[in-house]
Design a protein around this ligand. Structure first.
Ligand SMILES: C[S@@+](CC[C@H](N)C(=O)[O-])C[C@H]1O[C@@H](n2cnc3c(N)ncnc32)[C@H](O)[C@@H]1O
Length: 247
């Protein structure tokens, strides 16, 4: 699992029936040990920067799972190359592997292995024009994209992933796209339920997503960001905007 944060997420995947049997001890990575109490059976945690050269030996993984890493990677084609086919000078820690030569491409995925990337769009859309011009929701669309550009790590990647993965050389690339409502506005019970989960994610996450980015890339004050966060939360609660993201 690349980019961890979430115990429930890792717990759901660690004993996964989808995981091929060869995975004895899946690893989950992040920049720091940011969660307490992350002891889980069948999972170990590693501190690793996935934007640096990967230090895993060839054919190491049967399954690489990536979720919601928009805004954290500057060069996605390079990221997928690390997963699939890697040609540049190997990291020194791999020098002891006889099978690695400078000129020979190798892969961090074993033959027949899988990469799965689940990503959300950062822009909110609606099918009924219910996101008012100038509203916090509408503002968030442009802000997210410009923040990514100024920060050097794109936010709007959800609709580019299939192309990048295909260009990296993966075969049998399958893309499924779903709507993920924001808030409990849908009539359909399942969409209402996942919309509530998304509202909780936004309510809890919005300050962390925006405070540093908007102060650093747009020059907003912390108070301005917090006021805007409140506008976003109010718009979610008001249920008048039938916004959704794509997943
Ligand atoms: C938006 S969170 C997504 C977490 C999790 N995958 C999920 O879906 O709930 C992105 C995570 O990636 C981590 N991260 C960002 N850049 C990273 C890097 N270069 N190497 C490793 N982890 C990184 C962050 O610390 C954060 O925990």
């Amino acid at each position: 699992m690349v980019g961890y944060t979430n115990k429930a997420h890792s717990a759901a995947l660690a004993p996964s029936k989808r995981a091929p049997q060869r995975i004895g001890s899946p690893s989950s990575t992040d920049l720091a040990r940011i969660q307490d109490n992350i002891s889980l059976p069948n999972l170990h945690f590693e501190i690793d920067d996935y934007c640096s050269d990967w230090v895993y030996p060839p054919d190491h993984f049967d399954y690489i799972h990536v979720r919601r890493l928009y805004g954290t990677v500057g060069d996605w084609p390079e990221f997928y190359k690390e997963c699939y086919e890697y040609e540049k000078t190997p990291h020194p820690s791999l020098a002891s592997f006889d099978c690695i030569a400078d000129s020979m491409p190798y892969s961090h995925l074993a033959p027949g292995a899988f990469l799965e990337h689940t990503e959300t769009s950062v822009t909110l859309m609606s099918d009924d024009d219910s996101i008012p011009h100038g509203s916090a929701f509408q503002q968030s669309n442009a802000l997210a994209i410009v923040c990514g550009q100024r920060f050097g790590k794109p936010m709007a990647i959800q609709n580019r992933i299939k192309g990048w993965i295909t260009e990296a050389g993966f075969e049998d690339v399958v893309e499924e796209v779903f709507k993920w409502p924001l808030g409990d506005w849908p009539a359909d019970p399942k969409l209402k339920d996942i919309g509530r989960w998304n509202a909780t994610l936004w309510n809890l996450g919005i300050e962390g997503w925006s405070l540093r980015l908007l102060t650093q890339t747009h020059g907003w004050t912390a108070d301005e960001v917090r006021r805007w966060n409140k506008d976003i939360r109010n718009q979610i609660t008001a249920r008048k905007s039938h916004g959704y993201q794509l997943v």
